[in-house]
Ligand binder design. Structure first.
Ligand code: ATP
Ligand code: MG
Length: 456
């Protein structure tokens, strides 16, 4: 280590002490400056960075403890050593309590000073290394844009990293808002196909005919309105990744078409005869229980096995509550930039509420809750009132007796959100972080009546 990078400030009212100490330290190769009194020292502290401060305790005007106090504020990283000719236990303890690193009893010899500074420099190097190490570790908390602190998610990241290197089809399952699309994109970026396109198709958004032409393209005149030939998403994704989102919603006819493409890696455009071959890696995703859809005969078993080559399941947020602090920090940082405001944290009580909440809309719901809270909060700390979450199950948290089931909590939470939004399903769905269709099905399942829009 190059000692010149260690900047030491000697503060003493006696010139002879300043001069001799500076001489000794310079001989060890450090960069040294001196100050004859407290105010001059504080001025230099403000102006330049320092690694070590050697401060005399007794000085006229501002004493050593005063300088120490200022140093803690101005240069919290700098190490302060108090020098005193009157080594009483009291002053030493006070100095240490105030954050001094050590104290030297005057008179001391060059050897003693040299050893102490070496010790400090070594510890500072270690502290720097720790910060670096923590940064490296933090990087392991993420897979591209996905962050997590939970072992369950780390297992998912490991699997995804391995899967990314292969060309196999991947089936991502998980509740709404758990990060399925984010994961699919991350896998693409980590794969050898990253220079190729990533093409996403939502299979739930279109009618059967439209989805068919969206996926496979069509020839001119294939159907009314097909005024020209159009390439489909399979062709667009050539050399890259095709993300088939909400695959559980695909109609039986299209399930058969997809099965053929997966088996033969070729297809023809709607209304065409030419057989087209493409090189695409397929990642499919669904928030439905596909196993159940198989049993009910709504999803083809052969297609399921073609898709389920590498299954990856994202756990819901309520099963990894340890992710909350990390995700909160992450979203607050982003929201702060977006809103041009400093957002520091969620209050302790607020965090308690977030931890108790059930998150039916998972990470997306969390982001929405924080976004709304950030907008209504007046300061940099988001508090309980800003979060707008409801303490629906306080009584159940007391003991295991009378604990509510997840479904019961979800039912009550949805009922309360509907009540507060005056039965506005779109608004309620946004707050819950789920889509309207999902909310309608839950309203039906839980037999919740929508509150009327007004008091009628
Ligand atoms: N682990 C995570 N770290 C950071 N952000 C996340 C994480 N998981 C999800 N998000 C964010 O949450 C939101 C929802 O994620 P995404 O759209 O990938 O969910 P999804 O599973 O596809 O949901 P849906 O089934 O409703 O389509 C996005 O804004 C995404 O950036
Ligand atoms: Mg999605």
């Amino acid at each position: 280590m190059d000692n010149r990078k260690t900047r030491i400030l000697v503060v003493d009212d006696e010139e002879i002490v300043r001069e001799s100490m500076a001489g000794w330290l310079e001989k060890d190769g450090y960069t040294v400056a001196t100050a004859p009194d407290g105010p001059t020292a504080v001025e230099r502290l403000r102006a330049e960075p320092w690694s070590i401060l050697l401060v005399d305790l007794k000085m006229p005007g501002m004493d050593g403890l005063g300088v120490l106090e200022e140093a803690r504020k101005l240069r919290p990283d700098a190490v302060v050593v108090i020098m005193t000719a009157y080594a009483t236990v009291d002053t030493a303890v006070t100095a240490m309590k105030m954050g001094a690193f050590d104290y030297l009893v005057k008179p001391f010899d060059p050897e003693e000073l040299s050893l102490l500074t070496q010790k400090i420099v070594a510890q500072q190097a270690l502290a720097r290394e720790n910060i670096l190490l923590r940064k490296v570790l933090k990087r392991e908390y993420r897979f591209r844009d996905l962050l997590s602190n939970s072992p369950k998610m780390h297992a998912v990241f490991d699997l995804a990293r391995v899967a990314a290197r292969s060309h196999s089809t991947i089936l991502v399952q998980g509740e709404s808002g758990t990060g399925k699309e984010l994961l699919a994109r991350a896998i693409h970026v980590e794969s050898p196909r990253s220079t190729g396109p990533f093409v996403a198709v939502s299979c739930a958004a279109l009618t059967e005919t439209l989805l068919e032409s969206e996926l496979f393209g069509h020839e001119k005149g294939a159907f009314t309105g097909a005024v020209s030939r159009r390439k489909g998403k399979f062709e667009a994704a050539h050399g890259g990744t095709l993300f088939l989102d909400e695959i559980g919603d695909v109609s039986p006819k299209l399930q058969l078409d997809l099965l053929r493409v997966l088996e033969e890696r070729r297809f023809s455009r709607v209304g065409g005869t030419e057989s087209i071959q493409v090189d695409v890696r397929i990642i499919a995703a669904t928030n439905r229980d596909l196993k159940k859809a198989l049993e009910d005969g709504r999803f083809r078993e052969d297609l399921y096995y073609r898709l389920n080559v590498i299954p990856i399941t994202l756990p819901p947020l309520r099963q990894r509550r340890e992710d909350l602090p990390l995700l909160v920090e992450h979203f607050l940082e982003h929201l702060g930039v977006e809103l041009g405001r400093k957002l520091e944290a969620v209050s302790a009580e607020g965090m308690r509420l977030l931890t108790a909440h059930d998150w039916p809309g998972n990470v997306r719901e969390l982001r929405n809750v924080l976004e709304r809270a950030a907008v209504v909060a007046s300061g940099p700390i988001l508090d309980v009132a800003d979060l707008g979450l409801l303490e629906v199950h306080t009584e159940e948290r007391q003991g295991s007796e009378g604990l509510a089931s997840l479904e019961e909590v979800e039912r009550r939470h949805i009922a309360e959100v509907l009540r507060r939004t005056g039965g506005n399903v779109s608004h309620a769905a946004r707050i819950l972080g789920i889509d309207r269709v999902t909310l309608y099905s839950k309203i039906k399942r839980y037999e919740l009546r929508k509150e009327p829009e007004s008091g009628t």
